[in-house]
Design a protein around this ligand. Structure first.
Ligand SMILES: *Cc1c(COP(=O)(O)O)cnc(C)c1O
Length: 360
């Protein structure tokens, strides 16, 4: 089984593409093709295609529109100095996509087909991968959703896989900027046994109001906690995992369970020893974070995810408290880890673990 390729007859003119790539931002522009596949309970996965990007036509009764049965992924394509196009640990995304599917009662898209879809789409959109040298990339967004028109509550007997691609500019232009996090006590993102560790659209739908609350409080993003009010445990920032650096040289991050198992999080835990940091995964009570920032025991806090790699957290605010992290500016450990990961991804630093997958 492999993907059939149909090239568009109306590609974006080269001049327009150059204009877009000069300032792509994030998620604003789409390339000319998409990868798609259809699943039925009787036939399994079929109709594997890379074809011109076009709108879906769907029945108003399809499951995804009623019950939100949907999952997604996010990974980037980098152009190396030798002009090769490379993906960062796409096997992790492929495996997570299959796990998310299982949790949402969707059919698993086989990881080898996932990798083939990424490869074929990147090959046909090679001209859309920004030049080597800045921090830009081509972002790939695989999704899978329930496509059967049926109003009963049960898992869909048909599903659609799709991947679109969107050029992404350097996340920080003009220097890495720190952000302020709002620790919400009103909203949670996950509970034990829920979908917090699956990458599903519903988790994000439920986070938009909390994000509005954060902005009303003069913060940039939300930090979620779990557990009863008197014993709140750190979760994550909702689109990024959270990492603390202690004065004694530990890199501490919440253990897996209800958080999303980020590829960036895993990579930072792996690289930590090379930066003289001891990686630790454990429960972090909120008071430990707040008191630690005040006492200087916690020297840096940052968020980790594919989009920004590392986003320094320079202040935290919540019900009745506000603390500055360290000196209130991006810290050296976070910046060094960021440079290291970006260096591997863009091919400017050694990749001893073979994290990069060369597409072409
Ligand atoms: C995707 C995502 C992350 C970051 O994961 P990466 O694999 O590092 O990009 C963190 N939290 C949530 C909720 C996510 O959806």
């Amino acid at each position: 089984m492999s993907f059939s390729i149909t090239t568009t007859t109306a590609p974006t003119p080269a001049a327009r593409r150059a204009e877009i790539l000069a300032d792509p931002g994030f998620g604003r522009f789409f390339t000319d093709h998409m990868a798609t596949a259809e699943w039925t309970v009787d036939e399994g996965w079929q109709e594997l295609r890379v074809r011109p990007l076009e709108p879906f036509s769907m029945h108003p009764g399809v499951g995804v529109l009623h019950y939100g049965q949907e999952i997604f992924e996010g990974l980037k394509t980098y152009r190396h100095a030798d002009d090769s196009l490379q993906l960062f640990r796409p096997d992790m995304n492929a495996a997570r996509f299959a796990r998310s599917a299982r949790r949402l009662a969707l059919p698993e898209f086989p990881p080898e087909l996932f990798l083939e879809a990424m490869d074929e789409l990147v090959r046909i959109e090679a001209d859309w991968v920004p030049p080597h040298g800045d921090e830009a990339s081509l972002y790939l967004r695989p999704i899978e959703f329930a496509s059967e028109a049926f109003l009963g509550v049960r898992s869909s007997r048909t599903a659609t896989f799709c991947t679109v691609a969107s050029p992404a500019g350097a996340y920080f232009t003009g220097g890495v900027r720190g952000i302020r996090l709002w620790v919400t006590t009103k909203y949670t993102r996950a509970a034990v046994g829920g979908t917090g560790d699956a990458k599903c659209g519903g988790n994000y739908a439920g986070s938009l109001l909390a994000q509005t609350e954060a902005q009303e409080q003069g913060c940039d993003q939300v930090l979620y906690t779990s557990g009863p009010p008197e014993r709140r445990i750190l979760e994550e920032a909702g689109t990024m995992n959270i990492v603390l650096i202690t004065r004694s040289g530990k890199l501490v991050t919440p253990g897996l369970g209800t958080i999303l198992p980020g590829v960036t999080r895993d990579s930072l835990l792996t690289l930590a020893p090379e930066h003289g940091l001891v990686p630790v995964e454990r429960e972090i009570p909120l008071p430990e974070l707040v008191d630690g920032c005040r006492s200087g025991e916690i020297v840096e806090v940052f968020a980790a995810g594919t989009a920004a790699v590392i986003t320094p957290i320079i202040a935290l605010a919540g019900d009745g408290f506000e603390v500055t992290v360290g000196a209130g500016e991006p810290g050296p450990a976070g910046l060094a880890l960021r440079e290291h990961l970006l260096g591997i991804q863009h091919g400017d630093l050694p990749d001893p673990r073979g994290w990069m997958r060369r597409v072409c």
